[in-house]
Design a protein around this ligand. Sequence first.
Ligand SMILES: *[C@@H]1O[C@H](CO)[C@@H](O)[C@H](O)[C@H]1NC(C)=O
Ligand SMILES: *[C@@H]1O[C@H](CO)[C@@H](O)[C@H](O)[C@H]1NC(C)=O
Length: 237
Amino acid sequence: MISTFTRITLSFLLFTVVYAEQHTVRFENHCGSGTPTLIQGANTLSTGQDYTSNGTFSSAIAYLQTGACGFNGENCSLVEMTLGNSHCVGCGSSVDISLIPPHAFNVETSFSFIDGCDGSGATCATKDCKTAFFKFDDNQVQVACQTDNVGLLITFCGSKASSSTQVSAASTAKHVSTAVNSRTPSSTTNAASISHSASSALVTSTPTPPKCNRKHRRSVSDSRRRHHARTGHGGLF
Ligand SMILES: *[C@@H]1O[C@H](CO)[C@@H](O)[C@H](O)[C@H]1NC(C)=O
Ligand SMILES: *[C@@H]1O[C@H](CO)[C@@H](O)[C@H](O)[C@H]1NC(C)=O
């Protein structure tokens, strides 16, 4: 006999398990060598295996360690990601590829949302690809997804990401610059990537309800792009 109390408890647990926010990052490496690496702050969370976060997964980076990459992906193509549920319109997940120095192209790098927004993503196959950040206001290369619990597939040397669907979201979320401080304090060379990727944290940490409008836009041209806020993104072809 299962008591009512037990049943209620079980239902609650089931509810919690089913509805807890989580995001999975998966790697596919078709390069034949190198080690997929997922870093958040000072922690290496994956060297190829799936990683699933409990809750929002903010300001993480990934790259293929081909031997020449620094801990924070210096000298290598960098995927920057924040995966989070949409607690407000325009909030949610945002991912991009960065080649802003000290990052530099090393291998073809792609990402694609999974478990939601499938097929939306980007591929940077060459050092002059149009789908990566080269400077901080290249916000159009960001790809967002507003689906809860989305995951991310990161592929090296073989694109899984089809041309991105325009999942555009322009929000007025403020750049939470303090998030920058949460990144690896030990590295001085990655200041650019730190502030760059840390800005993605803003989408989930904005205290005031952002007045997000989700008009489809190809670029963010307002002043906020100076702060490269994670707001705009557009077509990647
Ligand atoms: C998430 O929670 C599950 C279940 O409690 C646990 O097994 C897993 O290790 C957690 N993952 C992380 C990244 O903390
Ligand atoms: C990046 O490459 C340059 C030139 O090969 C090298 O001097 C530098 O140490 C590398 N940086 C890191 C962080 O590995």
